[in-house]
Structures are given as C-alpha cells and as structure tokens.
Design a protein around this ligand. Structure first.
Ligand code: Y12
Ligand code: CO
Length: 174
C-alpha cells in the first residue's frame, strides 16, 4: 500500500473518521503501511486520516530518553475513546500534516483510553506526559481537529500568514 501524508490546508483533514467494524486484512495492511511512513518522517504519532483513510485508526511510537523509537514501543489504537481525563499539561506539539510549525498546546495531563487492537481485543491504557498529549492529538485527528485549531485567534492569524509564505517558498524552489 502506497501512502502519502496529507498536508494542511487539505480539506481531507477536516473529515470525521469512521468506526472500524472489520478487523481484516485490509485493516492490517493499512496499519503495516502507516508504520514505515511515520518512522521515515520522524513522527511519533500518525492517524489514518493523515494518509487519506477516514478510519478510526492511529499509531504511536513514543521515543525513549535516548531518542530511539524501538518497534516494541509501537502502539496501535482502533476506535479509541477517552474515558477519563484530568489535570493540565502544556506541550510543544508538531504534526506531520502541518510541517515546520510547532506550538505550545494545553491538554489533559492524565487520561485513560479504551481502544481495540488490530485483532479486535479491547484494551485500556492509562497515560500521562508525552504519551497522553500524543494520544489526544491523534484522537483529535479522528474528529477532524488539528492542533492549530486550538490556537488563539491572533496566533492562528499569524500562523496562516507564515504558513502561506512557506508554501509559496516551497512552490518556487521546486
Ligand atoms: C507532541 C509532539 C507530537 C505530537 C503528535 C505527533 N506529531 C508528530 O509526530 C510530528 C512529527 C513531525 C516530524 C517532522 O519531521 C519531518 O517531517 C522529517 C517535522 O518537521 C518538519 O515538518 C520540517 C514536523 C513534525 C503530539 C505531541
Ligand atoms: Co497531527
């Protein structure tokens, strides 16, 4: 399966992803294709809508302290639902669909998430810190929400200006 990352302002990123009810070969092929593209682009999280599949599927690979991302750290979440949330954490987020832009975003510090694995087994995970932030960021993608949608009005305006300029520069250098 050949996947490419969809980048803002593509309207596809606004789509709501559909619940998975078939845990079949097609789902496994999508998950297997998402992992290399996330690793090749230095990502720590990727939602299926970022590769044009409007399905409630996301993957995460939180780096170790030394920056490595062993495959043992890979988490695949299907149909995730946050069942509890508390506290606040502010973390500088980035997104493979919004290249070259990073901003501090406020999220819940501690969450519990229920999800299914690729074989439809039900799982529960308690998360804090970067894992909690990344899960919330990726679940937002499943609802058509980007981290830039959380910026205050004036910051968002500034972002749109900078991003437009970056896209223009990219176009002229190609
Ligand atoms: C904190 C940090 C990240 C998340 C959600 C997941 N976001 C990412 O995985 C972002 C990755 C990313 C990688 C980049 O590097 C390349 O594309 C090679 C990058 O750099 C550029 O776009 C130039 C930007 C973002 C949640 C919380
Ligand atoms: Co993202």
């Amino acid at each position: 399966m050949n996947l490419t990352i969809v980048e803002y302002p593509d309207r596809k990123l606004k789509e709501k992803s559909k619940k998975i009810d078939k845990f079949d070969k097609e789902l496994h092929e999508l998950l297997d294709a998402m992992y290399p593209i996330m690793m090749q682009t230095n990502g720590i999280g990727l939602a299926a809508i970022q590769v044009s599949h409007a399905k409630q599927v996301l993957i995460l690979n939180i780096p170790e302290e030394d920056g490595t991302q062993p495959i043992e750290n890979l988490i695949e979440m299907i149909n995730p639902i946050i069942t509890s949330k508390e506290g606040e954490i502010i973390y500088q987020e980035g997104c493979l669909s919004v290249p070259s832009f990073y901003e501090d975003i406020s999220r819940y510090e501690n969450i519990t998430v229920n999800f299914q694995d690729r074989n439809a087994n039900t799982k529960t995970l308690d998360a804090d810190g970067l894992l909690s932030v990344a899960i919330q960021h990726e679940i937002d993608h499943l609802n058509g929400i980007l981290f830039i949608d959380k910026l205050a009005y004036s910051r968002r305006k500034k972002f749109e200006k900078e991003y437009k300029r970056m896209l223009k520069e990219k176009k002229t250098s190609n």
